[in-house]
Design a protein. Sequence first.
Length: 366
Amino acid sequence: MKIAILPGDGIGTEIMAEAVKVLAVLDLKFETETALVGGAAYEAHGHPLPESTLKLAQAADAVLFGAVGDWKYDKLERQFRPEQAILGLRKHLGLFANFRPAICYEQLTHASSLKPELVAGLDILIIRELTGDIYFGQPRGRRTAVDGHFPGAEEAFDTMRYSRPEIERIAHVAFQAARKRNKKVTSVDKANVLETFQFWKDVVTEVHAQYPDVELQHMYVDNAAMQLVKAPKAFDVVVTGNMFGDILSDEAAMLTGSIGMLPSASLDKANKGLYEPSHGSAPDIAGKGVANPLATILSAAMMLRFSLNQPAAADRIESAVRAVLSAGLRTGDIWSEGTKKVGTREMGDAVVAALTTSKTTMTTKS
Ligand code: IPM
Ligand code: MG
């Protein structure tokens, strides 16, 4: 098994170092290879996703990704901006199914901006379609308007589109995921206004006929944004398009108290995947050793479960993370009165220590 390690920019390198440390103590057989991506790759090779990095990602069994981006690249032409690396990887690796769990850890209930009773025990899964919609729809560009409100004026345009197979495959992913959970899918659309999303709703409804054991609910995106803060626990699996999923997954992440805790997986049709924390590169705190490495460590756990067929190792990492939270260790983003503030490296070390202890316990028992 080969894992491509792409730390990226900003806090990416710091948090990745901790995840790599955690993977190293698991006694599993795999090879890792590290490559530059994002702004770091642009600086070194003139492109955010150099051919060599893409080749490595394609050849690997899984990709562990940190974060990309920095304000200093905002002025670059779009094709050279760090974000293009992640969009390019999604496109070239066919990573159409994005899993973004929003879990509120018992120990962090009070870190949420919502009342504790609204989020205690929250465990929802946003499944975002990742290679279609207005993100990749062609044509797009700038031109002189020939019609509209201001004919003759300069305008920009993008194209929102979804084909039947694109909707069918993500719907199957959502229903199958719901079967392993609480058997409820909420499909989020804007069918009251958009042709694309009336079609989305129709196709999801058709696919649902194959999953009579799963409950399907349709919800408009504006209402979904409202329900997510009103009664988040009423959701189980939420499936939606690329654009709405981008927005709703950030909203859902924040319900849990810290985006610094949330992993994500982007899978292709064979469950090969790219795993990354839900948060970004946080250039404001980069290099200071204060970033929360837990989302990246939990992303490594997701990778072991989904792509590398090592569910026991994934469970061990997740238990170790719970153990360090129970011991009161907190990075700044999840710190509260009465807990111990630690830096990135101390948090990683604590997870490693918890893993080593759990291993010793297991050996003693058997
Ligand atoms: C995300 C990010 C990306 C997206 C950006 C960095 C291109 O916001 O993964 O949610 O919009 O998909
Ligand atoms: Mg986003």
